[in-house]
Design a protein around this ligand. Structure first.
Ligand SMILES: [Cu+2]
Length: 114
């Protein structure tokens, strides 16, 4: 009746297997060396034109997107999380983060600007 003794060994093993996932998640948020606070290159300036909460889409007149090498234009973006659209409305000036996710541009952060 010693079967239960082996169970605690499984837990640390599971944690070790998850470690690369955590390390990867943190890497994406790390500041790059030489970046200064005033010009976080991952944030793009824009102005909200239209919001479609149901479809999770937002039309933004955006400035240059440096991390995707895109010039200024007005276009539709998907948002990663629809709740990002709760904080903004058409006409708002915003700053946002857009990344390539499986070949599609997706907004991962969206904040109104004063
Ligand atoms: Cu664009």
């Amino acid at each position: 009746m010693n079967n239960l003794k082996s169970i605690p060994r499984i837990v640390p093993l599971a944690l070790v297997m998850l470690m690369p996932v955590f390390a990867h998640a943190q890497m994406n948020h790390a500041m790059q060396p030489g970046m200064n606070m005033a010009s976080d290159t991952s944030m793009t300036e824009g102005e909200i034109r239209k919001i479609d909460k149901e479809l999770g889409k937002v039309t933004i007149k955006h400035g240059p997107i440096r991390n995707l090498d895109m010039a200024a234009m007005t276009m539709v973006f998907n948002v990663k999380d629809r709740s990002l659209l709760d904080k903004v409305k058409a006409g708002d000036k915003v700053r946002f983060v857009v990344v390539m996710d499986a070949g599609k541009m997706v907004i991962t952060d969206l904040q109104p600007v004063e």
